[in-house]
Design a protein around this ligand. Structure first.
Ligand SMILES: Nc1nc2c(c(=O)[nH]1)N[C@H]1C(S)=C(S)[C@@H](COP(=O)(O)OP(=O)(O)OC[C@H]3O[C@@H](n4cnc5c(=O)[nH]c(N)nc54)[C@H](O)[C@@H]3O)O[C@H]1N2
Ligand SMILES: Nc1nc2c(c(=O)[nH]1)N[C@H]1C(S)=C(S)[C@@H](COP(=O)(O)OP(=O)(O)OC[C@H]3O[C@@H](n4cnc5c(=O)[nH]c(N)nc54)[C@H](O)[C@@H]3O)O[C@H]1N2
Ligand code: SF4
Ligand SMILES: [Mo]
Length: 653
C-alpha cells in the first residue's frame, strides 16, 4: 500500500464560500481534494467545479514555462524561454517605459482569479514602489461597495440565516454560485418552517427549490422594492420607529413610494399585483426576514439604485433588529488584505485606473498605458465590450505580461507569459466574501514545471527593477502575515487551519444613511430587442474551467435560452443556429427554446473562451462600454436582436 499524506488547504476561487479542503498526496502527486469535514461552511463537500481541482494542476495544457511572443498579438505564436531571459526582458522593458514615459505608463491589472492574499497582492508591491499606476473599482459588485462605503450594512454572519423566518433570494442562484449557504436555509425551514421566495427572471435550479418563484422583468427590481414599501406603509406594516432612526430622510422616502401602487409596479415588473401585495405582507410581518441578494441585478447602469432600494426595504421592515434579519449581499472576515500590497512603498501620489474599464484604459487614456501586467484575471473574456478590450490589448506599442495557468484569451495577447503556481503548489491565506473565516492554504506538492508563486515572481523582479526594500525579501508567509490583525500570527493560523474573524454585527439604527427608492422606469425596450443576461454557469467559475474537459462536458455547449413566445414571434426553434447581434458585434450559438427564462429576456449561461471554435461564445462582445455611476460594468444592460443564422461554411482543406 502506498503512503498517503494529507495537507490542509483551501479553494482560492472567487466565490462566497471559500471552502477548506484536504489534499491527498501519494508519491509527490495530489490524488484528490476533499472538502474539510470540520469547516463550518464547507462541511465535507466541495462544489461541482472544484471537486477535482488536482486535474487543473495536472492538466496537459497547463503553462509550465515562460513564453515569448513570436507572431502577431493574439495569434498564439510563442516560443519557450528561460526565467532569466523572461525576467530580464520584463525589467528591461519596464525600465525603458519609465525612462521614456514615466512610471504612470505602467499599469497592473488583477482581479479575483485567486482570492489568495499573496497571489493577489505581492506583485502590487512592485507597482507601488515604482510609483506606477494603482487600481480602483470592481468588476463584480461595485454598487454594493459604493453603498457599503456610504455606511449601508451589506451583510452579517450568514450562519444566522438558520434563524430567519422569511427569506427572499433576490437575483442569486445560490445552488450554483454559493451552495454552502443553502444549509442555513434548510435549517431555517426545519426549525421555523421558514418560507423561501426567489426573485429571478430565470427559473434557476435555486428557484426550483424555493416555495415561490417570481419571474421579474430584469432591471425592474428597484420598482418592485418601491412597491413593497408602498404596501407596507399603506397597510401600517412598516417598522416606523426603526425606519425613522435609520433613514436620514424618512419623509422623502414615503413620498418616493407614494406613486408605486401594486398595479403600477405589477405592470413595470411584468408580474401580478397580488404577488406584490402578498410578498410585502409576508416580508413585513416576519420577525425577522432577510433579503439575500446576488450580483447580477447590480450589473446595470442603475446598480446602486437596486442595492439602495433593498437596503431601504430591510430597514423599513425593522429586520436588522433581530438575529438572522436584514440585508445580506456580502460579508467578510475582519483582516486587512490590502496591507500586503504595501502602498506605503509608493514614492508619491500614483495615477489610479478603474480596473473594470480596461477598454477605455487601453484605447482612450492620455497619456497612454505602455506597459501592462495582468494576473488573476482574464479581461479579454470577462470585461464589458470585449471588442474594445481586444483592440487595446492588440496595440503594438503596448508591452503586456500575463501570469497564468493556461493560454487564456488574454494570455494570447501577451508579449511575455509567466507560468503561475496553482493552489496545490503555493502557500497562501484566503479570506471570503460570504462568511467570516480566514483560511490557510499549505502547499501540497512542489510546483510543476517551472511555475512560480507570485511572491517568488515579485522577489525575482524587484532587484532587476532596482528595488531593494526589505519588503521584496519577504517570504510568501511573511507577505501573508502583513494582512493579519494584530496579535495573530501565521503559525497560529496554520495551527488552526481557519479562524473566524467576525466583524461586529451592523446596527444601522446608530448611524442614519441615505435611503431612497428609485422611481424611474427601467430602460425602454424597442419592439424586437431582447435583454441579454449572461449569468454564472454551474460548472465554470466565470471563465475558469471553461477549458477543462470534465467541466466542459458537464456544461454542454453554449446555448441561447429563449421563451417560446419570443421564439414563435421570430419563427425560431430549438437546435437551430442563431445570430445574436447588436451594434458592437455578433455571436452565433445554438438556440434552446424554453420557459426557464421569461419573455423579453434571453440568457446565455457561462463565460466561454474563443477556443475551441465549436464552443466559442464571447458574450462580452455584445455588452456595452457602460458603467453605473459607482463604476459597476453594466453587463446586463445589453440589448440584442436574435435571428436565424446560416451555419458557417465548413472549412475544407
Ligand atoms: N458555479 C459558479 N459559481 C460562482 C461563479 C460562477 O461563475 N459559477 N461566479 C462567482 C462570482 S464572481 C460571483 S459575483 C457570484 C455571483 O453569484 P450570483 O449573484 O448568484 O450569480 P449571477 O449569475 O450573477 O446572478 C444570479 C441570478 O440573477 C438573475 N438575474 C439577472 N438579472 C436580474 C435582474 O435584473 N433581476 C433579478 N432579480 N435577477 C436577475 C440571474 O438570472 C441569476 O440567476 O457567484 C460566484 N460563484
Ligand atoms: N457577461 C458577463 N461578464 C462578466 C460577468 C457576467 O456575469 N456576465 N461576471 C463578472 C464578474 S461578477 C466577475 S467577478 C468577473 C470575473 O472575472 P475574472 O476575475 O477575470 O475571473 P475568471 O474568468 O475566472 O479569470 C480569472 C483568471 O485567473 C487565473 N488564475 C487563477 N488563479 C491564478 C493564480 O494563482 N495566478 C494567476 N496568475 N492566475 C490565476 C485563471 O486561470 C483565470 O484565467 O467577470 C465578470 N464578467
Ligand atoms: S468554488 Fe466556492 S463552493 Fe466551490 S470549492 Fe471553491 S469555495 Fe467551495
Ligand atoms: Mo463576481
Amino acid at each position: 500500500m502506498r503512503a498517503t499524506t494529507t495537507i490542509k488547504g483551501c479553494c482560492p476561487l472567487d466565490c462566497q464560500d471559500t471552502c477548506a479542503w484536504v489534499a491527498h498526496v501519494e508519491d509527490g502527486k495530489v490524488t484528490k481534494v476533499e472538502g474539510a469535514r470540520d469547516h463550518p461552511m464547507t462541511r465535507g463537500v466541495l462544489c461541482a467545479k472544484v471537486n477535482d481541482y488536482q486535474a487543473r494542476t495536472y492538466a496537459p495544457d497547463r503553462l509550465l514555462h515562460p513564453l515569448r511572443r513570436t507572431g502577431p498579438k493574439g495569434s498564439g505564436s510563442f516560443e519557450r524561454i528561460g526565467w532569466e531571459e523572461a525576467l530580464d526582458a520584463i525589467a528591461g522593458r519596464f525600465k525603458a517605459i519609465i525612462a521614456d514615459h514615466g512610471p504612470g505608463a505602467l499599469m497592473p491589472l488583477f482581479y479575483l482569479g485567486s482570492m489568495g492574499v499573496v497571489q493577489r497582492q505581492a506583485p502590487m508591491r512592485l507597482f507601488h514602489a515604482l510609483g506606477a499606476c494603482k487600481l480602483h473599482g470592481e468588476v463584480c459588485g461595485a454598487s454594493m461597495s459604493v453603498l457599503h462605503a456610504e455606511g449601508h450594512p451589506m451583510g452579517f454572519d450568514p450562519e444566522e440565516i438558520a434563524d430567519s423566518r422569511f427569506i427572499v433570494l433576490w437575483g442569486v442562484n445560490m445552488l450554483s454560485t454559493c451552495h454552502h449557504h443553502w444549509q442555513f436555509i434548510k435549517q431555517a425551514r426545519q426549525r421555523h418552517g421558514t418560507r423561501v421566495v426567489c426573485i429571478d427572471p430565470r427559473r434557476t435550479r435555486t428557484a426550483e427549490q424555493c416555495d415561490q418563484h417570481i419571474a421579474i422583468r430584469p432591471g425592474s427590481d428597484a420598482i418592485l422594492a418601491a412597491g413593497l414599501a408602498h404596501v407596507m406603509l399603506a397597510e401600517g406594516l412598516a417598522d416606523l420607529d426603526y425606519a425613522r432612526a435609520t433613514a436620514a430622510d424618512f419623509d422623502a422616502l414615503c413620498e418616493q413610494v407614494a406613486a408605486w401602487t401594486p398595479e403600477r409596479v405589477a405592470e413595470a415588473c411584468g408580474i401580478d399585483a397580488r404577488v406584490v401585495v402578498g410578498l410585502a405582507r409576508e416580508f413585513a410581518t416576519a420577525r425577522p426576514a432577510v433579503l439575500r441578494a446576488g450580483v447580477a441585478p447590480q450589473q446595470t447602469v442603475r446598480g446602486e439604485a437596486f442595492v439602495r432600494s433593498l437596503s431601504a426595504l430591510a430597514m423599513l421592515g425593522g429586520h436588522w433588529r433581530h438575529r438572522g434579519g436584514g440585508l445580506f449581499i456580502f460579508d467578510a472576515p475582519a483582516f486587512d488584505e490590502g496591507a500586503a500590497a504595501r502602498g506605503d512603498l509608493a514614492p508619491g501620489p500614483q495615477r489610479s485606473i478603474d480596473l473594470s474599464a480596461l477598454g477605455p484604459a487601453l484605447t482612450d487614456l492620455d497619456p497612454p498605458v505602455k506597459g501592462l501586467m495582468v494576473w488573476c484575471m482574464n479581461p479579454a473574456v470577462v470585461q464589458v465590450d470585449s471588442g474594445r478590450v481586444r483592440r487595446g490589448l492588440a496595440r503594438e506599442d503596448l508591452f503586456t505580461v500575463v501570469l497564468e495557468h493556461f493560454m487564456t484569451d488574454t494570455a494570447l495577447y501577451a508579449d511575455i507569459v509567466l507560468p503561475a503556481t496553482t493552489q496545490l503548489e503555493h502557500f497562501d491565506i484566503v479570506g471570503a466574501w460570504g462568511h467570516h473565516y480566514l483560511t490557510v492554504n499549505n502547499p501540497a506538492v512542489a510546483p510543476r514545471g517551472e511555475a512560480k508563486s507570485h511572491g517568488e515572481i515579485m522577489r525575482l523582479l524587484a532587484p532587476r527593477l532596482g528595488l531593494d526594500h526589505e519588503a521584496f525579501g519577504q517570504s510568501d508567509e511573511e507577505i501573508a502575515a502583513t494582512a493579519l490583525p494584530d496579535g495573530l500570527s501565521i503559525e497560529a493560523l496554520q495551527q488552526a487551519g481557519w479562524l473566524k474573524l467576525s466583524p461586529p454585527r451592523p446596527d444601522p439604527s446608530k448611524s442614519p444613511v441615505a435611503l431612497r427608492f428609485a422611481g424611474d422606469d427601467p430602460a425602454p425596450v424597442t419592439s424586437d430587442a431582447l435583454r441579454l443576461l449572461t449569468p454564472k454557469s454551474h460548472y465554470f467559475l466565470n471563465s475558469s474551467f471553461a477549458n477543462m474537459p470534465r467541466q466542459r462536458k458537464a456544461q454542454g455547449v453554449p446555448a441561447l435560452e429563449m421563451h417560446p413566445d419570443d421564439a414563435n414571434l421570430r419563427g425560431l426553434s430549438s437546435g437551430q443556429l442563431v445570430a445574436i447581434s447588436n451594434e458592437r458585434g455578433e455571436i452565433r450559438v445554438q438556440l434552446l427554446v424554453t420557459d426557464v427564462i421569461r419573455s423579453g429576456a434571453v440568457t446565455l449561461v457561462g463565460k466561454w473562451w474563443s477556443q475551441p471554435r465549436e464552443t466559442a461564445a464571447l458574450s462580452n462582445i455584445l455588452t456595452p462600454s457602460r458603467w453605473s455611476a459607482g463604476g459597476q460594468p453594466a453587463y446586463n444592460d445589453t440589448f440584442v436582436t436574435v435571428a436565424a443564422a446560416a451555419p458557417a461554411p465548413a472549412v475544407s482543406g
